[in-house]
Design a protein around this ligand. Sequence first.
Ligand code: FPP
Length: 252
Amino acid sequence: MSLRALIDNERVPKHIAIIMDGNGRWAQEQGQDRLFGHFHGVASVRDIVEGSAELGVKYLTLYAFSTENWDRPEQEVTGLMELLVETIRKEVPILNKNNIRLHVIGELGMLPDHATIALQEAFDLTAQNTGLNLVLALSYSSRWELVSAVKKIAEDVKTDKLDPSAITQDTLQQYLSTSEFPDPELMIRTSGEYRISNFLLYQLAYAELYFTQTRWPDFRKENLYEAILDFQKRERRFGKTSSQIIEGLTNN
Ligand code: FPP
């Protein structure tokens, strides 16, 4: 039986977040430049976006470029930006054909102008789509996001728009760049690193974490199915006991 057929369609995670890691190592293992790995990583992005849409995943967040990635060698940063812009421009018709809406989270003011323009065009052109929401984390880091949220909250308190005693977890959630999206239920990291690397630290509080040795340029739908099957085997307790969870299931 194929892995796809083993997936319980009723329990597919609504939101999957992925740290696409290992492009550089994949390229270097083949005696190639790191950019060669990023270039091949685009094929994985296409396959995983398509696979997620087919499974009915509603939100897919991809960590494409972190705030810390700006410190990489200039040639790699410029090459990555060009690849991102070119890919986004080229993929818009395919996103539309598949009813996929593009979103971006991150410190967008850091991006070069041509990238901001390409992104704005892609948002406008896909804004009516109602299927998968593809969220690119670009120039993103969780600590940047949390500091930005705290600044906005402080500003609203100062201007009497917000009462500090009324601040709840939901209030903080509304000030994050992910305010429109539910929290990820499954976070996948490729390439054998066991870290979160400043990615969605607040939102991943109850996510199931899945780590695989597969390098991102080799990651395909079958690998996504493996991760989802692993997720479906887990018992998500949200701080409760196992018997409380089983009772809740039998009472429903
Ligand atoms: C991490 O591998 C990957 C990145 C920093 C960039 C990811 C970008 C792409 C896959 C290109 C296109 C993306 C989109 C969304 C169009 P790494 O360079 O850190 O690898 P290493 O850990 O082996 O050095």
